[in-house]
Design a binder for this molecule. Structure first.
Ligand SMILES: CCCCCCCCCCCC(=O)SCCNC(=O)CCNC(=O)[C@H](O)C(C)(C)COP(=O)(O)OP(=O)(O)OC[C@H]1O[C@@H](n2cnc3c(N)ncnc32)[C@H](O)[C@@H]1OP(=O)(O)O
Length: 160
């Protein structure tokens, strides 16, 4: 697996606070991403502050994990920026906060003009499918992505 550089740290060191992936957002998820073939992958340890029902990871946080990995699939695999147009989450099993680290992974299912359909999954430490999503991203052309969404270009995700 290859580590993906987070280019937004370098490009926007002061004002970049994405809830999903900014290392500077102290109340965020602080996800880091890796590339594994066609997939973008993150590992993440659930924490008590993300609780819903007692000892269960809040479903909204699960949806955010799935959406965030989908956004990075768009960035790295579709090589552009996009916004979530819709996301459909299926919660398969409760994710317990004391159940250990999770793997979140996503990949491109299809691209149709301006719509990219991304599939994403949350797996537990044993590889059991805990939640899955289909996210439809409205994707932008390169110029729009750079001008409106700070997309730095695909090379920036590989530059140390
Ligand atoms: C810097 C740090 C970064 C850090 C890294 C970034 C990580 C960020 C990750 C977080 C991601 C987010 O939360 S993004 C934030 C949440 N999402 C948003 O705010 C998006 C809000 N919605 C919108 O802006 C808009 O609705 C758009 C852009 C999605 C679409 O606007 P539009 O231009 O009016 O287009 P619209 O007519 O609705 O759709 C165009 C065509 O696509 C079809 N279409 C549209 N959506 C769908 C869909 N879900 N499923 C099927 N088909 C669809 C329509 O039927 C239509 O077909 P036809 O009639 O042409 O046949």
């Amino acid at each position: 697996m290859k580590k993906i550089v987070n280019p937004f740290v370098k490009h926007h060191p002061k004002d970049y606070r994405c809830f999903g992936c900014s290392p500077a957002n102290e109340i965020g998820l602080q996800l880091e991403f890796f590339e594994d073939g066609d997939c973008i992958v993150a590992t993440w340890e659930p924490q008590k502050r993300f609780e819903g029902y007692f000892n269960v990871l809040h479903g909204g946080v699960q949806a955010t994990l799935l959406d965030e990995v989908a956004a990075w699939v768009v960035n790295v695999k579709c090589k552009t920026a996009g916004v979530t147009s819709s996301i459909n989450v299926k919660y398969r099993q409760p994710i317990y906060l004391d159940g250990g680290a999770l793997t979140i992974k996503g990949w491109v299912d299809s691209v149709n003009r301006r719509l990219a359909t991304i599939k994403a999954q949350i797996l537990n430490g044993e590889g059991t499918l805990m939640a899955e999503a289909e996210a439809v991203y409205f994707i932008f052309n390169e110029q729009e992505a750079k001008e409106k969404f700070y997309y730095p270009g695909i090379e920036a995700f590989y530059e140390e």
